[in-house]
Structure formats: structure tokens, C-alpha cells
Design a protein around this ligand. Structure first.
Ligand SMILES: O=C(O)C1=C[C@@H](OP(=O)(O)O)[C@@H](O)[C@H](O)C1
Ligand SMILES: C=C(OP(=O)(O)O)C(=O)O
Length: 424
């Protein structure tokens, strides 16, 4: 699918989808919790669908009821020996550790960009847990077997926090004694907070020292009671609308959780720094374009998903902005250091990278043109928002990639009075 987005103002009220980070974690917990879990505001993205299908394959039953999901589980009882994680990095790393709780032989695989994302740290974790791996070269598919040994673990957190998330879920529900996980170089810490929050909702308390040492208590059977959980609105998706409002219009984003642990809520700190005009109306964020946005300096190491859309915001600010954390971008759906550079070049923005920081010179308007999505949902959203400030339309190739987190993105963009047409 090729989508052409015209320059113009964005105007109206929108509600972003549920957070896929939270939804996938709640699905994992619902599988491990022996009993019923009711999920309100369930996500509908491709990654959410992948997580639901995984827990179904691992033995849970899922019923849609009045817009919510009712999950029944009796622990892990696979109905298939293949688990398909779609394109979700989180599902791959989270559910591999969970599937490892099963003694039998099971294969974890995926599609598209996921097959090109390295998973080396899984080997380290699985071997420490007594699992046997077949012919694993660091990329999916991965086949494992043998009983799971719930014991202390050492994890390298340099590349991704998702390995730790998987281990925390698997061990919190299976530990028979106190277990310690030691993590070197932990990254994406707000995502670890989200993991700990969802585990706590399911009665699993984990403490930690500086995100480096985690203490897991022996798992007590939490009973088969009903757990009800609502998925928060996704700040990562809302980020696109927030930047759109700040650079090109007037927009209200509904149902945002102010006190969230979601990493990408840090965008509000950037907005304050650059003098954006925004305020809260209850749980809605109202943001209006300001003509003289100031340049900003921000470290996105802990919230790497903001990078592409922050680069667009930087392009609309007066002067030179700085975004740090380039080293976090390589192993995503695309190499986002490369794809963000390609977008900035298309827009006609001057930028340089030095060590881990990207410096972007702002400009009053951007160039239009055609760009690939690089099969990356975050690049689709960033390019579409940039089009609002361009002097001609921006055509995004392979724009269907947006469904990884936000299938209704273009429908919502149109409802916000932006002209966009599907050209193929
Ligand atoms: O745990 C999660 O939900 C995520 C963690 C982050 O990944 P890393 O920990 O690999 O940085 C983030 O980029 C990803 O979109 C979702
Ligand atoms: C990197 C992302 O997700 P994941 O790693 O879960 O595929 C993302 O959503 O930007």
C-alpha cells in the first residue's frame, strides 16, 4: 500500500489505540495466571494479535465479550509445537522464556523484520535455564526442549530490555525458591517498570536494586480468582498526534494516563523544553501549534521509540536540536538510525551525527517527495506527520507497516481533516 499525505493543518479529537507493550504483557500474565483474566480496551494491532494467538497456542482460551476479552487459562498446555510471533520483538523475547517453562519440544518463529532481528541473548538465558537449543544461529526460528530449571540468571541488557521482561515473567510464575536475576547494562528502564507493574497486578512482587539486580520471591499460587485489567492508551502512538498538534494544528488526544510508566510519555518533557502550547483537560491532552518552537536537547536512550517522531519535531523547531541515543536504534523493525536519516534527507533538513547524538537544524517548511516505510510502523507515522509541514505531498511506500502498532492510523489521520489517499 502506498499512501500520499498532503500538507495542511490537523484538527480535531482522537483516541490512540491501547498500548501494545501493556497488552502483550497482560496477555502473558493471563496465560500464566491459572484462572480468568478480563482485559478491557484490548489492543488490535498486529503485535497484539500475535500475542493473543501465541497464548491460544500455548493453551489459553479467548472470548470476546462486549469489546473486552475474557481469557481462561490453566497454565501452559500447548496445542501446537510452533509459536508464531509475527513481527513482534517483544512477543519473541517474552514468550520464548514463557514457552521454555514447557518441557516438550517447541519452535518459536516469526515473520518479516523479526527474522532479521538478532536474538543471541536468548541462547544465554535458555542455557542457564537448562534448555536444549537446536541449531540456533542467533535469529529465529528457534527450537527448544528439555525441562526448565528456575534458578538465578545473568542477562546482558545492552541490546534490549525485552529479554529481562521474558525472564521476569517466566520466573515470577515458576520460582520455587528466592531467585536473583543480575542484569549488566540495563536499557529501556521504563519498559522494565511496566513489566514490574503488570506482574504486581497479577500478585507477583519483584524488587530490584538500580535495575541491575532483581529479587523474585517463590511463586505462591495466587488462586483462580478473576483479574480485571484495562490496557492504557498507547503513548507511543499518541506521540505522533502530539507532535502533529505542536507543529501543524490543534488537536485533543483523549484518555491518556498522566501517571503512566510508559516510556514515551517523556515526550511531554520535550514539549515543555521547546515551548509547545499544551495543557490537560481531565485525561485529554490539548495541544496547539506554536509558531516559534525552540530547539531542544533530549536523551532518548530509555525511550528509543520516540526517536523518529522527535526528529520531525526537531525539524520544525528554530535552531539546532540534539537527540541522544542513536545506539538504541539499530535493532528495531528497521535500522532506525538509517531510516530516520533517510527521512531527514527527504525533508531537506540538515543534520549531523556525532558519537551517540543526532543534531538537527530546524526549518520553516519541509520538502515533499516519496519515501519507503522501511517496513517500520514508526517511520510511517513520522513521515505522515512530517507531510503536514511539507511544501508538497509525501508519498509513503509500504505504508501498511503501520498496522504493527496502529492499524487505524490513516483512518484517524483523515478524521483529523488531513488529506491522505491510498495510491496503490
Ligand atoms: O518491552 C517493550 O514493550 C518494548 C521495549 C523497547 O525495546 P528494547 O527494550 O529492545 O529497547 C521498545 O523499543 C519496544 O518498542 C517495546
Ligand atoms: C521496536 C518496537 O517493537 P518490538 O521490539 O516489540 O518489535 C516498536 O514498537 O517500535
Amino acid at each position: 500500500m502506498q499512501v500520499s499525505v498532503s500538507p495542511g493543518k490537523i484538527h480535531g479529537t482522537v483516541c490512540a489505540p491501547g498500548s501494545k507493550s501493556m497488552m502483550q504483557r497482560v496477555c502473558a500474565a493471563a496465560l500464566l495466571h491459572r484462572g480468568t483474566t478480563i482485559i478491557h480496551n484490548p489492543g488490535i494491532s498486529n503485535d497484539d494479535k500475535a500475542a493473543l494467538e501465541i497464548i491460544r497456542q500455548l493453551g489459553a482460551s479467548i472470548e470476546a465479550r462486549d469489546g473486552s476479552l475474557v481469557i481462561e487459562s490453566n497454565g501452559i498446555n500447548p496445542i501446537s509445537d510452533v509459536i508464531d510471533c509475527g513481527e513482534s520483538g517483544l512477543s519473541a523475547r517474552l514468550f520464548t522464556s514463557i514457552a521454555a517453562l514447557y518441557d516438550g519440544r517447541i519452535t518459536i518463529t516469526g515473520h518479516g523484520s523479526l527474522l532479521r532481528r538478532q536474538m543471541f541473548e536468548l541462547k544465554n538465558i535458555l542455557l542457564q535455564s537448562g534448555k536444549v537449543l537446536e541449531d540456533f544461529n542467533g535469529f529465529l526460528p528457534l527450537t527448544i526442549s528439555a525441562p526448565f530449571h528456575a534458578g538465578d540468571l545473568n542477562i546482558d541488557g545492552t541490546l534490549s530490555s525485552q529479554y529481562l521482561t521474558g525472564a521476569l515473567f517466566a520466573l515470577s510464575f515458576s520460582a520455587e525458591k528466592e531467585i536473583t536475576i543480575t542484569v549488566s547494562n540495563p536499557k529501556s528502564k521504563p519498559y522494565i517498570d511496566l513489566t514490574l507493574k503488570v506482574l504486581a497486578d497479577f500478585g507477583k512482587e519483584v524488587t530490584h536494586d538500580q535495575y541491575e539486580v532483581y529479587h523474585i520471591s517463590p511463586s505462591v499460587n495466587e488462586g483462580s480468582g478473576i483479574i480485571v485489567r484495562a490496557v492504557e492508551t498507547d503513548w507511543s502512538s499518541a506521540a505522533a498526534w502530539i507532535v502533529a498538534g505542536a507543529i501543524a494544528g490543534d488537536i485533543i488526544i483523549q484518555h491518556l494516563d498522566k501517571d503512566t510508566t510508559q516510556a514515551d510519555a517523556r515526550l511531554l518533557d520535550v514539549l515543555k523544553d521547546c515551548g509547545a502550547d499544551f495543557h490537560w483537560e481531565g485525561d485529554s491532552l490539548h495541544i496547539r501549534q506554536t509558531n516559534a518552537l525552540k530547539s531542544f536537547s533530549f536523551d532518548a536512550t530509555e525511550c528509543p521509540d520516540l526517536f523518529p517522531v522527535l526528529s520531525v519535531l526537531a525539524g520544525a523547531c528554530e535552531g539546532r536540536s540534539e537527540i541522544t541515543g542513536i545506539h538504541r536504534l539499530e535493532h528495531k523493525e528497521s535500522d532506525r538510525a538509517y531510516s530516520t536519516g533517510a527521512l531527514l534527507r527527504l525533508l531537506g533538513l540538515d543534520y549531523t551525527a556525532a558519537k551517540d547524538t543526532l543534531f538537527i537544524e530546524g526549518k520553516s517548511s519541509f520538502n515533499g517527495g516519496t519515501i519507503s516505510s522501511y517496513n517500520d510502523h514508526r517511520m510511517v507515522m513520522a513521515a505522515a506527520i512530517a507531510a503536514l509541514r511539507a511544501d508538497s505531498e509525501i508519498v509513503i511506500e509500504n505504508a501498511e507497516a503501520v498496522a504493527k502498532s496502529y492499524p487505524d492510523f490513516f483512518k484517524h489521520l483523515q478524521s483529523l481533516q488531513v488529506r491522505c489517499t491510498q495510491t496503490i
